[in-house]
Design a binder for this molecule. Sequence first.
Ligand code: OXD
Ligand code: MN
Length: 590
Amino acid sequence: MTTELGICRTRNHALINWVDQMAELCCPDRVFWCDGSLAEKDQLTERAVQEGILVRLNQEKLPGCYYHRSNPNDVARVEQSTYICCESEEDAGPTNNWMPPADAYQKLHNLCRGAMRGRVLYVVPYLMGPPGSPLTKVGVELTDSLYVVLNMRIMTRMGEVALSELGERDSFNRGLHCLLDVHPDRRFICHFPQDNTIISVGSGYGGNVLLGKKCLALRIGSCLGRKEGWLAEHMLILGVESPGGEKTYVAAAFPSGCGKTNFAMMVPPERFKGWKIWTVGDDIAWMKPGPDGRLYAINPENGYFGVAPGTSLQSNLNAMRTITRDTLFTNVALLPDGDVWWEGKDGRPPAECLDWRGQRWTPESKEKAAHPNSRFTAPMRNNPMLAPEADNPQGVPISAIIFGGRRATTLPLVCEAFNWIHGVYMGATMGSETTAAAAGATGQVRRDPMAMLPFCGYNMAHYFRHWLNMRKRIKYPPRIFNVNWFRKDEQGRFLWPGFGENMRVLKWIIDRCQGRVGAHEMPLGWFPRAQDFDLEGLKGFTAQDFETIQNINLEEWRREALSQDELFIKLYSYLPKEMIFQRELLVARL
Ligand code: OXD
Ligand code: MN
């Protein structure tokens, strides 16, 4: 028996009424309720191919895989068009754009009025988090983009599962997405934390329109976390299993485009035979104290929206395995045989292909074939090293929190905070060079506290206070570390090999968490003793190199401490005094 697709099967009045209201506003020709079934996926994929939204890739090489090109003016998150629309500007804080909610609603409703004429409005109910978790939230995204529907289907637990979790409640995140004419002047990504509502218009690019991800799981999520006593963080979660079967979980915050996916899927090098890295999540962690006094984390997502360039068998074997089927590729290069390519993929560049704009490309071309922020959207279930606990509603207990930026100088490879407050200060003062994940100049150092600068849905100073307050709720807090894989020598060469070799850093972190090794007290925190840091089998990297990469240059640190002022002054009126004291202590130690 076949069931008719697209019809409404919920009796949730709050949901039905809201969908009716939005349909009245946007005037679509039809409303299609998604149930998340395979039959629906097949039907909508076929429709997307017919409408030219997706290109079917070589099904022998890449079964279930499709290709999409976004509008060339719409290839990254747009922080300048992203707003927090709460009542008071102070609540949004100086690091966010703010609009009064009434003005924002008016502006957005005017833009959306009649905007779906001749189009279909898809109703996408979804879960952020595994069914039955105390942390899981229900969202419903209304969108006129089939690309969004098919991506949401991968990135979240979508359809019936969300409606049954919601039941009769009206506590769900309301998300409206309208493509409009995909024009930068009419591009707004607006968050209304007090109404648990998101409206995104004028963009079709992932981070702006897959509303469960950055908008709900981070911006609205951080507001909910503050209210409800948990943390919504831009962090990967991984489990380290020793040859003896001991499992330790860590969460790590890195800014966009700094290798979270690679770290979350790392393959340990030969020296660490028998060790395994299990991926719980690669981008977002929701963390809450558990009944045993430890901090527990879930990954609210169900898939990976990863940066393609640089992904190869060598840099990320598990990602390469993950994206061999049922994956959507956006803005990569298209090969004549229906395969895909990007800079940094294994093998030689193709003799010829179509670049991300659809133009003929050869190795002589000056432009890149794949956009630097081109992406794959892949189900997490494809990952051969997906942690079995990824579906556990209780989450996993976190032993270490790692903060890391992309810094060519100043920051050592690894150090451990003296305590929670010092760790919060370390996270709060994180700096990183900007990458292609956001529109704008790349390669400039900016302060990106906890890698949350573009994602914190309220005043950053209050966010630091929330982090400090969380200490009182966690009886056995994780240890906090800072890492920097990106330090360079005077010739501009990376000092640390990175990728799988990061296992060596992770091993030291785990040993610290398990109380197995001591450390040197240094001005920045606890540093590894040479005898505890495993360099065996690391070709071309000597004990002297380790000293260089851990070196603290006083001149650079004076500049670093001064440049922290920029953010602190901006946040000054609400900045927790602990942050100022920590800075003073650091300067005194230096
Ligand atoms: C992402 C980002 O897409 O951080 O994860 O930009
Ligand atoms: Mn991210």
